[in-house]
Design a protein around this ligand. Structure first.
Ligand SMILES: [Zn+2]
Length: 468
């Protein structure tokens, strides 16, 4: 994610509740309402691992109503007499392995009691039918489901899934996706990955999107509305860009020019990080007032305001956000967080690659950017321990800037060869998986042969301006 203002998204992530352990969570055959992330105790669930989602969703813009079915293939970690899913819309029925199951809903927790207990290690299929008005469903006053002039867009971090599909909503549980979105005739329905088909169905068109690589739930988006679509192939990789038709022609031209840099950005990043992790490239520019861009898998979503700069010097900065979101395809998407506390691994490394892209375009070089931030002496800038920022601060500016500075300090300490070898090994050894800060530090020490605790402690946890 790349916000305009860190403050804006801090409001979004404040939408959490502290949870007291319940008696039922201790029951060994009950799945439990969380994935064990102390920052977001209700995000995700316990007792099973999702392998695949098949989502069918139709959005009726005039009534602002979404109707959907999510079919989940999962594996039980233990015997389950009851388990939870995350969903904020109203579920009308749940089936487990074809049998009707009992359901109750409270907040984002959908509690499912199957007719028969699920055996430990068993594969099982859950089908949930639901409907609701997602733009009106708010947690602490916030919804990541925004209506636009012609439709709506569901995009957000750390959570968006409960507003449009039933899931195990935490990045520790990644899965493949098959997403079928219905749109009225004359409109488009967009999502992540490969456009597998679009065909006429009763009352409109169905757009089917397939993501064959494991993906965290927050990296799936849905957008309905009127878009201009550009698609084709470059260097053997398919691309699909979409531009909201509500944008002014001048803004749209600049957005098109910026997104068309995506293959060039990807080639630049691949030279430093190794192969791009996905089979598709793309981007969606929305007119919805997101005030951020998000690295949704293989197809980031951008607020159109990122492309407002018109002068030729400034216009080079219109691709900075593209570099940031494409860098996340390695850092965050292919290698995902297990706990939101480690967010600097996503945002710091994506911001650092953004700085490197800017440097390659003749803008400020990385050293100058680092020096100008390092010259900030005010305690306010150094106070946040970015390695454990607290749940209300995961998208604060310091996590981005000082995360990137941490990468640059590390590069200075271990040298270019070890630094880029570390990044390449990190993304290749953990491809389609997860990584923690401790694992990153361990690999940095292994690759460099240096003891780096002092450096990482100073940059991530001290809350003070590190000595150079
Ligand atoms: Zn980001």
């Amino acid at each position: 994610m790349r916000p305009f203002l860190a403050m804006v998204t801090a409001v979004l992530v404040a939408a959490t509740v502290a949870v007291a352990p319940t008696a039922s969570a201790a029951d060994s055959t009950v799945g439990g309402p969380g994935a064990g992330d102390p920052y977001f105790p209700r995000h995700g669930n316990g007792g099973y691992d999702v392998r695949h989602y098949r989502i069918n969703a139709a959005y009726d813009a005039p009534r602002a109503r979404l109707k959907g079915t999510t079919r989940i293939r999962a594996v039980a970690f233990k015997r389950l007499t009851r388990f939870n899913l995350d969903l904020l819309l109203d579920a009308s029925s749940v089936r487990v392995d074809g049998r009707k199951a009992r359901l109750t809903q409270r907040g984002r927790e959908l509690v499912v009691t199957p007719a028969r207990a699920i055996r430990k290690g068993a594969r099982f299929v859950v089908t949930v039918r639901y409907a609701g008005r997602p733009a009106s469903v708010r947690e602490k006053g916030v919804t990541p489901f925004l209506t636009t002039k012609s439709g709506a867009v569901a995009v957000g971090q750390p959570q968006v899934a409960p507003w449009w599909f039933a899931s195990n909503d935490h990045p520790s549980d990644k899965a493949t996706f098959d997403i079928r979105l219905r749109a009225p005739r004359g409109q488009q329905a967009l999502s992540v990955g490969r456009l597998a088909s679009h065909r006429a169905v009763a009352g409109g068109n169905q757009w089917r999107w397939v993501m064959r690589k494991p993906m965290a739930t927050y990296l799936a988006f849905a957008a309905w509305g009127r878009f201009r679509i550009d698609r084709g192939k470059v260097n053997g990789v398919r691309y699909l860009y979409a531009y909201d038709k509500a944008m002014s022609p001048a803004l749209r031209r600049r957005a098109i020019r910026s997104l068309r840099a995506t293959p060039q950005v990807t080639a630049f990043l691949s030279r430093h990080l190794g192969p791009y992790p996905y089979a598709d490239l793309g981007g969606v520019v929305t007119s919805a007032p997101l005030e951020f861009a998000l690295e949704t898998q293989a197809r980031p979503v951008y607020d159109s305001t990122f492309f407002r700069r018109a002068s030729s010097l400034d216009a080079r900065r219109n691709t900075s956000v593209v570099a940031h979101e494409i860098a996340h395809q390695w850092f965050g998407n292919s290698v995902s967080l297990r706990r939101w506390r480690d967010i600097w691994l996503n945002e710091g490394l994506a911001t650092y690659m953004e700085w490197m892209w800017d440097e390659s375009r003749g803008l400020d070089d990385v050293e100058t950017v680092f020096d100008s931030w390092y010259s900030v002496k005010g305690a306010w800038f150094w106070r946040l321990p970015i390695g454990k920022p607290g749940r209300n601060h995961i998208f604060d500016y310091e996590v981005y800037v000082r995360g990137a500075m941490t990468a640059h300090a590390l590069r200075g300490e271990i040298g270019d060869a070890a630094f880029f070898s570390l990044l390449r090994r990190w993304v290749s050894e953990r491809k389609d998986g997860h990584g923690t800060t401790a694992q990153f530090v361990a690999l940095a020490e292994k690759v460099s042969g240096q003891q780096l605790d002092t450096l990482f402690d100073a940059w991530l946890y001290s809350g003070k301006r590190p000595a150079l």
